[in-house]
Each structure stands twice: as C-alpha cells, then as structure tokens.
Design a protein around this ligand. Structure first.
Ligand code: ADP
Ligand code: ILO
Length: 346
C-alpha cells in the first residue's frame, strides 16, 4: 500500500507512462506543489498508482497542472504524441481538406463510424478538481445552449440522474452513452457526486450527441452506421462551430484544447470505425504492423479496455496533438483503407 506523499511503488512489469517517467527526483520536487484549485501531484498520479495496469496513469486538474507539473506531464505528452515542449498545436476542421472516399461501398467491413472531440469550459477546473456546484452549473448552461440548436442538430438533453435503468443500459449497449463506474476515472476523482450533473444530449436519429461531465465536461460526438466518414466529420465540424458560438472552451496555443487526460490534448479527437476484420485478427502481428504505420489504436467494441467481439474492432487515430483534426481523421482513413485491402487478400 502506497503511503500519502511518499514516492509510490509500482509492481514489476508495470508499463504505464507514469511509472516510466515519475522519477524519485521529480516526485520530491513536485510533491508539495498545488495549483490554484488545490490540485496536487498526488491527485494527478492517483489513478495510475491504484491502477498499475494503466497505459498512461495521470490526469490534470486544470490548465495550470500542465505547467506546474510539467516535469512529469511533458515527457508523457512527448512519448504519447511525439510532441515536444517547444511545439505549437494547429487546428483545421475544414471537411474540404479531408480525402475520404467511400472505403467500403458494399458495406462488408465497416459497421459504424464515430468521431468525437473533448472540450472543457474556459477558466474552470477540469473534472478531477471541479466542485459539485461548478459541475452542476456547467450542466445547466451547456444543456440550455444545446437545446437551442436547430436543423439536424436539434434534440433533447437527458440527465443521468433519474434515468430509467433499462434505457440507460440500452444506450450504453448501443454505444451512445458512457459507462458507469470506470475504475480509472473513479481513482482520478472524475466520478465524484455521480450521477449528479451528468447527462447526454442527442438528436432524434442519435447521429449527433454530447456527453456532459464525464471524463471531459463535453464530449461532442458525431456517429452513424456504415462508413461515410466524410459525412460524420462534416456534421461534427458544423456542430463544434455552433457550440463554440455559445460556450468558451479552454485552449492553449501550445497544447490546443485542454483535457483532463493528456492523451486527449490538442484536437481531443478520436475518429473511429467499428470494422469487421476476422481474418486479419488471426495474425495480430500483421494487424498491428498496419495500425502502427498509420498511428492507429486498436480497441474492443465496448470502448477502451474492452475486448473485440466476433472479429469486430474499434480502430481509431492515436495522435491528437500537433496534428490537425483533418490529419487525425486522415490517419484513420488511410489505415482503414489498408486494413480492408489486407483483409480482402486473406
Ligand atoms: P471515447 O469516448 O474516448 O472515444 P470509448 O472508447 O470508451 O471512449 O468509447 C465510447 C463509446 O463509443 C463506446 O460505447 C464505444 O463502443 C463507442 N464507439 C466508439 N467508436 C465507435 C464506432 N465507430 N461505432 C460505434 N460505436 C463506437
Ligand atoms: N487512465 C487510463 C486511460 C487513458 C487514456 N484513455 C482515456 C479514456 N483517457 C489509462 O492510463 O489507461
């Protein structure tokens, strides 16, 4: 058991970026520092300390965490995104710059497409350090702004508190809603006061959705069945522009959009397909060679830390910082094109 404010010990075989980059020297230098929101090093590392199977293991409590604890965050960001402290982030949400032809016209491989971005409200703490009152205020303001949306983005907000259990389970099983009780988020302090202040907004077709106050204060999502990636990106891009007219988001020239998990910094974008690759899945080395080449990540179909089912995988961009939104989606498009070509050959 690790003691408070003592250098944590990690079990043998621990592969998290936290355990790799948290040296005793850095720990001693940072352990008594706190951001203006009272967020300390031990809060930032708690999730990775109690979950040694974490891939990353750290969360930020606010924008200041990224500078105050930069000796820990910078090498983690560098290793995950290949982005150095001198680099600047860049943005491009223009669908006209995306080269995304229909990769699967007969609908044999791509089951569904989803692109999401994370956003947090400017000048407030991030989820791990936010107060209950601040969180509830965000829910109120953001859900009101969303309910004023029109056209194909018009919809309704459904608070998690009081949501019927069957409806909740169906929304999760159909990949629309976040799960409850994630142990990584729990240890990061992101599940405090659950389910209060959380909820989901969606249009009737459930092609445009916004999660409120999960890992990030907003997760803006565009998704639909099949492989029309351009349509999904175009919808997301216009939705983001609409929301940005009403809500100011936390953004820095260096790190782009600020998120609680450093893997999401920058574009905060994850563009994914659920894709059937049963033959290629028999040879994970060949599979991984293609995903690595295109900077892609393989997940199971019930989200991160879940397994594949029936040869269907969640394939998404891994890089999010120092690349534009168009480049994130382009990574996914290029890789999926090659994955389908390989599956066809087998
Ligand atoms: P994130 O919100 O960070 O992308 P997850 O990996 O937890 O995190 O995914 C959230 C939900 O979105 C899960 O239910 C997952 O199955 C679903 N999802 C992700 N990609 C797709 C996709 N291409 N089609 C359908 N559902 C998807
Ligand atoms: N803290 C977890 C998850 C890291 C990346 N994923 C998300 C959802 N942010 C880990 O370190 O494995």
């Amino acid at each position: 058991m690790n003691k408070k404010n003592e250098f944590p010990t990690f079990p043998a075989g621990c592969e998290s970026l936290l355990c790799k980059h948290l040296t005793k020297e850095i720990f001693e230098e940072l352990k008594d520092k706190k951001t203006q929101n009272g967020f300390a090093l031990e809060d930032a590392i708690h999730s990775g300390v109690v979950n040694p199977d974490s891939g990353i293991g750290v969360y930020a409590g606010d924008l200041e965490s990224y500078t105050l604890f930069s000796k820990l965050f910078d090498p983690i960001i560098q290793e995950y995104h290949g982005f150095s402290p001198e680099d600047k982030h860049k943005s491009n949400l223009n669908p006209n710059d995306l080269d995304a032809p229909n990769l699967d016209p007969k609908g044999e491989y791509i089951v569904s497409t989803r692109i999401r971005v994370g956003r947090n409200v400017a000048d407030l703490p991030l989820g791990p350090a936010i107060t209950k009152e601040q969180r509830n205020e965000i829910e109120k303001n953001v859900s009101q702004s969303l309910q004023a949306m029109s056209g194909n983005l018009a919809g309704r907000y459904y608070p998690l508190k009081g949501m019927n259990d069957d409806i909740k389970a169906a929304l999760i099983a159909d990949h629309f809603l976040f799960k409850t009780g994630d142990r990584f988020l729990e240890a990061a302090g992101l599940n405090r006061n659950w389910p209060e202040g959380r909820g989901i907004y969606h249009n009737d077709e459930k092609t445009f959705l916004v999660w409120i106050n999960e890992e990030d204060q907003l997760r803006i999502i565009s998704m639909q069945m099949g492989g029309n990636i351009l349509e999904v990106f175009t919808r997301l891009s216009s939705a983001i522009q609409e929301i940005e007219k009403k809500v100011a988001f936390s953004y820095s020239e260096h790190l782009g959009y600020i998120t609680s998990c450093p893997t999401n910094l920058g574009t905060a974008m994850r563009a994914s397909v659920h894709i059937k690759l049963p033959k290629l899945a028999q040879d994970m080395t060949a599979f991984k060679a293609i995903t690595d080449k295109h900077f892609l990540q393989i997940r199971g179909i019930h989200g991160e830390h879940s397994e594949s089912e029936g040869g269907v995988y969640d394939i998404s961009n891994k890089r999010r910082l120092g690349v534009t939104e168009v480049e994130c989606v382009q990574d996914m498009v290029n890789g999926v094109k090659e994955l389908i070509a390989k599956e066809k050959l087998l």
